[in-house]
Design a protein around this ligand. Structure first.
Ligand code: UT7
Length: 351
């Protein structure tokens, strides 16, 4: 029995935010963002639109693409680091919004590796015979992390006021992170099928010693109360990142994981037709491609249009590759990701 992706869908929010628009809010530039990250624009959610809402749109599209109805799902895995609420998770909210019926929902939080970890769980669910149809969703609304109360109205065209120098200075404090992230969702339906196609070897890794390189320490249950105005004013509710350390880990560990799944499956790296890399930075994606010695066309990217959407990058990219006819029957495809945790790994998928 194999776990086969039979439907894909995406849910991307309406506001297209260019680098130029961000440079009106803080000291940054289109040139800096393009050169350092490859990002040209990203999507921002509407005020009041959460990751569940985007996940619902993506899921509806994925279920329809699979030729199924919401009531056909047996279980949901929802990967996000930006849930609507601390509790409950997005799973039950999505279940009710979609009318999935009384099925179990799992909320997982492996950040940029969330989709990859979700693939492992879905495959284990299907291999065990427990569930036959799993809906796997990756969705994020990162904008709530961003201090856009200082200029948000201007950014989404709801005001023409100029932001103040004080607001600009404050927005600039988090510019190394905020310009990289965007909002979005992707979903896949995974079904039990006989045959050659489906998920193959998956290798997942965690190293908590690297937890500090990408973390958010404000709004913590180690604190009393768990969030205060002072924490917000000190910028502690915005994630902190040692960009260079994450970068180095990414360009080393993702190629290593791809080689690991190839070796475990008796494949050479050259046998791979497509490698879908978590979309965090175009320089990282190109670094992985070069480290593996693959031609650029085997490592597609869409970070230019979405920025880093964390758990949503891989399902959005996979969906777009299918739409563009890049995914054809009989291919060896690998998904790979690395992110906060640190969590990383790779999953082989035979189309
Ligand atoms: O999803 C997984 C998690 N995230 C990642 O994988 C991200 C990994 N890291 C990266 O992508 C890169 O390290 C960054 C894009 C975050 C930064 O690129 P970098 O080449 O490592 O730049 P840097 O941090 O060394 O900064 C260079 C300069 C600094 O100024 P000084 O100290 O040289 O004067 C920064 O203050 O660029 C400045 N800078 C900016 N300038 C304009 C930082 N952010 C910005 C900005 N606009 N947005």
């Amino acid at each position: 029995m194999r776990s086969v992706i039979t439907g894909t869908g995406i849910g991307v929010p309406p506001h297209v935010i260019t680098n130029e628009a961000l440079s009106r809010l803080m000291d940054t530039s289109d040139e800096w963002i393009r050169v350092r990250s490859g990002i040209q624009e990203r999507r921002y959610a509407e005020l009041g639109q959460g990751s569940t809402d985007l996940g619902v749109i993506a899921s509806r599209n994925a279920i329809a693409d699979a030729g199924l109805a919401p009531g056909d799902m047996d279980a949901v895995i929802f990967a996000t680091m930006t849930p609507d609420h601390v509790l409950p998770g997005n799973g039950p909210l999505l279940q009710t919004a979609l009318g999935l019926g009384d099925i179990p929902t799992f909320d997982i939080r492996q950040q940029c590796s969330g989709f990859l970890y979700g693939l492992e769980l879905a495959d284990l669910f299907i291999q065990s015979g427990r569930y036959r149809r799993v809906l796997l969703v990756g969705a994020e609304v990162h904008t709530a992390f961003m201090p856009w109360h200082l200029g948000w109205d201007t950014l989404i065209g709801q005001s023409t006021r100029e932001i103040t120098e004080a607001e600009r200075a404050e927005n600039t404090l988090s510019r190394d992170r905020t310009v990289l992230f965007g909002d979005g969702a992707g979903a896949v339906v995974i079904e039990a099928r006989e045959g050659e196609a489906g998920l193959g070897t998956i290798r997942l890794h965690t190293d908590g010693a690297g937890a500090g390189v990408l973390t958010m320490t404000g709004a913590s249950f180690k604190r009393r109360p768990f969030v205060t105005v002072e924490q917000i004013q000190a910028g502690e509710t915005v994630p902190v990142m040692s960009g260079k350390e994450v970068f180095k880990s990414a360009v080393t560990l993702m190629p290593q994981s791809v080689r690991e799944v190839c070796a475990a499956s008796g494949l050479a790296v050259e046998d791979l037709d497509l490698v879908l890399v978590h979309q965090a930075n175009l320089r990282i994606i190109e670094g992985v491609q070069k480290a593996l010695g693959l031609p650029p066309e085997k490592v597609p990217h869409n970070i230019e249009r979405y920025g880093n959407t964390t758990a949503a990058t891989l399902p959005i990219l996979f969906h777009e590759c299918r739409q563009q006819g890049l995914v054809r029957p009989g291919m060896n495809l690998v998904f790979t990701a690395l992110g906060s945790g640190l969590h990383w790994g790779a999953a082989l998928y035979r189309t």
